[in-house]
Ligand binder design. Structure first.
Ligand SMILES: [Zn+2]
Length: 308
């Protein structure tokens, strides 16, 4: 597998590429109507494959309806090194803005998750491969600071190729900056849930992404530091099947949970509720979501509740 297989096609062949209104599952090759797969939260109904999704869909799936308020959208990257590879950094940022309408690979803000106020940070892989630069680090720092002020938890949803090479050391510094901020959050006794999605690699997985009080991963997601091919070349032997995939990491104890997208919001709300000693708004939430009766939902909730 080449590095382009991992990162290069991420935003060309995701579920959002629906120009023909049909989506092909990358895993089982089934063809599905876009509107149908959208209702399934972009999880293949035939094989359970979790497709990559954009920031807006991710926020819609995770937070209470209309509860998300974005902060720090105006922070913009500068080019302190006047960095040029095949293109200049300035040009790459311009392309990222044209593609996403945003100035960074991070969207951050406040939301409620089943009624629990939370500081949310979501990475946008479409903006320079979700890379971590100075603006992204600062947005995470500010989200953590707001959480401490408001006595809330933090949820960071990662989807990233790693540190942003165009910012060199300025980018690497964000690893320690975000880690230090999260250490403060821990000292305050406030929770940090890290949700890793496909793919989470490099300097992101080597810093805040792996520092969660609970680390949750979507099924099948690729999580690692270096790519598989680089490791194989370095150690001179083949790696086992499923290496760097969510299920493999769970088996080895690197992460805490692999959770299906359909259960993600409730799982996160339950965890935040336990850490913060708050009761998630179950009945209200379920009623709003589907219009079914409270009784049905309570029974369903009790069945699906996580046990400790
Ligand atoms: Zn499938």
């Amino acid at each position: 597998m080449s590095i382009l297989d991992i990162f290069g096609t991420a935003n060309k062949k995701t579920a959002k590429d629906a120009s023909s209104h049909w989506v092909k599952c990358k895993s089982c090759q089934s063809l599905m109507y876009y509107k149908e797969i959208e209702k399934q939260q972009f999880v293949c109904p035939k094989c359970g494959f979790h497709m990559r999704i954009g920031v807006n869909d991710r926020i819609n799936i995770l937070v209470d309806k209309d509860s998300f308020v974005e902060f720090d959208a105006g922070l913009k990257p500068i080019d302190p090194l006047r960095f040029v590879d095949k293109k200049s950094y300035v040009k790459r940022v311009e392309e990222g803005i044209a593609k996403t309408g945003r100035h960074s690979s991070v969207v951050s803000g406040e939301c409620s998750i089943n009624g629990i106020g939370t500081q949310l940070v979501v990475f946008d892989f479409a903006f320079m491969g979700g890379s971590l630069g100075s603006v992204e680090g600062e947005k995470i720092f500010r989200a953590v600071t707001r959480a401490i002020e408001k006595r809330q938890g933090v949820l960071i949803v990662s989807a990233s190729g790693g540190a942003r090479m165009q910012e060199s050391t300025f980018s690497l510094l964000q690893m320690s900056k975000t880690s230090a901020a999260l250490a403060r959050l821990a000292e305050e006794g406030l929770p940090y849930i890290s949700l890793l999605t496909d793919p989470t690699m490099g300097g992101v997985s080597a810093s805040f992404a792996m520092l969660g009080d609970v680390i949750i991963v979507e099924p099948g997601a690729l999580i690692g530091f270096a790519g598989q091919r680089v490791i194989e070349q370095t150690i001179g032997s083949a790696l086992p099947d499923g290496f760097q995939r969510a299920e493999f990491l769970l088996e080895k104890g690197s992460i805490d949970m692999v959770v299906n997208r359909s259960e993600m919001k409730n799982t996160i709300a339950d965890l935040l509720g336990i850490f913060l000693d708050q009761e998630p708004m179950i009945a209200a939430r379920r009623k709003e979501d589907s219009g079914e009766s409270d009784m049905d939902h309570e029974a369903e909730y009790k069945q699906s509740k996580i046990l400790y």
